[in-house]
Design a protein around this ligand. Structure first.
Ligand code: SF4
Length: 468
């Protein structure tokens, strides 16, 4: 348990195993560098793109009452069936009913963050359906009975040796940690399952209100296979995924690959408007699109509505120093990292106090805002949520609060301030054994290093200036 003065995330950072830290730190750092290189090489002014994308998403959110019915009408005109689910339970029930009504028993599933929110996989299994994850990362999470730790790379906390052991345990071949061998084995295992399944489930990265067209990006082509090989396609989509026009998709597909994985374009980009048409050789006979609210309208009405612009690229996780130190499981929710520190407490609704400490899991360095392809002011939103936690007296948010009262007292008393500054220099000389006698100082000291004292220079400089 964290001590009284520690935030829960501190415990995760402190207890993180060195190889997990290496996997998370190495992976996020490399992706951040690739993102920077690709984005700035391809565009003279990436900031302009981020601002434009942010404005388009904000405009769409503010006009959802216009764009949602427009998308619904376009999808129906294309032959799709459209459903609206007020929450996760309703979405799960709808999917189960569609499966039962069509005599289905098994589903192959592409990666979808909304389905993580609703806990769809476990729900279907509990109701007698088979549900197989086909995204390689999610497949590994499923066989390990684990939880994703990153929204783009669910196994960011594992290395290839961990995965090779899991494959050996599951009878997918002798131990072999060569990444290509691992991928080939997963491919061989999964390929037959697509043809055995009755239903293919996907999410959607974007939905054009103009044409109803769903855009789905993957790096493995598994979403395409889920749709092409099964007779029923179900897409589970958050209501915030809309964009007004088809032409907007060019901007968003350009940004999501570059921001999320440092690719010019994600390997597979699917545009799906409806089920198979007469005369078409393959594709699903039925297509169902389920638009899920699950507290999104509450978020839209809150002071943090900008977070709904998020296109789930993961760039803010990759660049965040707290995420790199603590890993995704530290956020105790489906959405980790800076986006999760804002979105998870909001989506928790009345359970906000349980996650009220997450907005404090940030140094407010602003890196998340700088990389966000839809220009979400994440540090501002974190401050607004800290304020909300304080107003609501959320106990969890109070842990690890620096003694601002003491700072205020010192800062308003010049003599006390000067004395404290003199003491500061002495802190560097104080052995840990003595610092650790004071419980709050010991808790702070357990996972941080006191910076080397550099004070006094400014005062001396000012004094020398006044003499001259
Ligand atoms: S908040 Fe921005 S950077 Fe973070 S995942 Fe969402 S779109 Fe990407």
């Amino acid at each position: 348990m964290p001590t009284k003065s520690q935030q829960e995330i501190d415990r995760f950072a402190r207890d993180l195993k060195p190889d997990v830290y290496q996997s998370v730190y190495g992976g996020t750092k490399a992706t951040t560098e690739k993102r920077y290189e690709v984005l700035f090489r391809d565009y003279p002014d990436p900031d302009l793109l981020r601002q434009t994308a942010g404005q388009i998403k904000q405009h769409t959110l503010e006009n959802l009452d216009k764009y949602l019915p427009q998308a619904e009408a376009a999808l129906k005109a294309n032959g799709a069936q459209v459903h609206f689910a007020s929450d996760g339970d309703a979405a799960n029930r709808m999917i189960l009913e569609i499966m039962k009504a069509n005599g289905c028993k098994s589903m192959v599933k592409s990666k979808s963050m909304v389905s993580e929110e609703t806990g769809l996989g476990h729900y279907l299994e509990d109701n007698g359906m088979k549900c197989l994850e086909t995204d390689l990362g999610e497949f590994i999470i499923q066989i390990d009975n684990d939880h994703p730790s990153h929204i783009v790379k669910p196994v960011a906390h594992k290395n290839r040796r961990d995965i090779a052991k899991s494959f050996e345990r599951e009878g997918l071949g002798d131990y072999n940690d060569d990444p290509e061998t691992i991928t080939r084995r997963a491919r061989k295992f999964l390929r037959g399952k697509y043809f055995e399944a009755d239903v293919g489930l996907t999410g959607a990265n974007f939905v054009s209100a103009e044409s109803g067209r769903l855009t789905i990006v993957t790096n493995e082509g598994n979403a395409r296979f889920c749709m092409a090989a099964t007779p029923i396609h179900i897409a589970i989509v958050g209501i915030e995924k809309l964009v007004p026009h088809d032409r907007d998709l060019a901007l968003f597909t350009a940004l999501i690959g570059r921001s999320g994985t440092g690719q010019h374009l994600t390997s597979y980009t699917q545009f799906i408007g409806g089920p198979k048409r007469e005369g078409q050789p393959d594709g699903p006979e039925q297509m169902h699109v389920i638009f899920v609210d699950n507290k999104r309208t509450e978020v839209l009405a809150s002071q943090c509505s900008e977070i709904l612009r998020c296109i789930r690229c993961g760039a803010c996780l990759n660049v965040c120093p707290v995420y790199r130190q603590a890993s995704g499981h530290a956020y105790r929710s489906v959405y980790p990292g800076p986006v999760g520190a804002v979105l998870s407490p909001l989506l928790a609704g009345s359970r906000f106090p349980e996650l009220a400490d997450l907005p404090k899991a940030s140094s407010l360095c602003g890196a998340c805002n700088e990389v966000c392809p839809v220009n979400i002011p994440i540090p501002d939103l974190l401050l607004r949520l800290r304020d909300k936690a304080k107003t609501e007296h959320a106990e969890k948010a109070m842990k690890g609060t620096p003694p601002m009262g003491m700072f205020g007292l010192l800062a308003s008393q010049p003599h006390a301030w000067r004395a404290a500054m003199t003491m500061g220099a002495a802190m560097n000389l104080t052995p840990d054994a003595i610092i650790n006698i004071v419980p709050p100082a010991a808790a702070w000291n357990s996972c941080r290093q006191l910076p080397k004292w550099r004070g006094g220079k400014f005062r001396n400089w000012m004094k020398s200036r006044s003499k001259n």
